[in-house]
Ligand binder design. Structure first.
Ligand code: SF4
Length: 213
């Protein structure tokens, strides 16, 4: 047990019962459980995935964070590690996987491609950052980031989880936040974000009016 993370400071519990007694808050208990077993979803998109795979080897020992077993199904995963170039063709599948993950769920953008499109930013087939579609919690810079950089990003995610409160997290506040379910983008001649349908319709009708005038 990571006693320091679970217990509130400033309570002098005798050393001999510290393994049996903790004085804490519900938020701290919730966050401690969550941060210590963030299960990653097993999928990779491009070269960054090789570094992600390397980070899972014994040398880096992700078991220290409870993240050592990648889950082959989104239904058992808490964290989506977007490692690699996000193409427009792949994006609907990524969104579908995200929607299939139970809450609480986190997204880590690993590398320049996942964060911003990277070297392919202006490419006709590449999405300029997964954050255009999914709520990203941590960005990890690099092309590719090393396993050490990935671990630093995962520690940042744990620090973010430590600050959460049951009262304000988005998965228990569905009226206010819509980030838990993301509508599937449509892959046509170009990618259409269905959340922007009204805006797209307005622009199209304004263009049609201009042309007919
Ligand atoms: S950031 Fe660099 S290493 Fe990672 S997927 Fe893109 S091109 Fe490959």
């Amino acid at each position: 047990m990571d006693y320091e993370k679970l217990s509130l400071p400033n309570y002098n519990i005798p050393d001999d019962i510290q393994n049996a007694v903790a004085i804490t808050t519900l938020d701290r208990l919730y966050n401690w459980g969550r941060r210590s077993s963030v299960w990653p979803l097993m999928f990779g998109l491009a070269c960054c995935a090789i570094e992600m795979i390397a980070a899972q080897t014994a040398r880096y020992d992700l078991a220290r964070f409870g993240m050592e077993v990648m889950r082959p199904t989104p239904r058992q995963a808490d964290m989506m590690l977007v490692s690699g170039t996000v193409t427009k063709k792949m994006l609907p599948s990524i969104i579908r996987l995200y929607n299939q993950m139970p809450e609480p769920k986190y997204v880590v953008a690993m590398g320049a491609c996942a964060s911003s499109g990277g070297p392919f930013k202006e490419g006709y087939n590449v999405v300029a950052g997964i954050d255009k579609f999914l709520p990203v919690d941590v960005y990890i810079p690099g092309c590719p980031p090393t396993p050490q950089a990935l671990i630093a990003g995962l520690i940042k995610l744990q620090e973010k989880i430590d600050k959460e409160s049951i009262k304000t997290v988005r998965w228990y506040n569905k009226e206010k936040f819509d980030g838990n379910y993301v509508p599937m983008p449509i892959l046509g001649p170009d990618l259409i974000d269905v959340r922007r349908n009204a805006e797209i319709r307005d622009i199209a009708s304004a263009k049609a009016t201009q042309e007919s005038a």
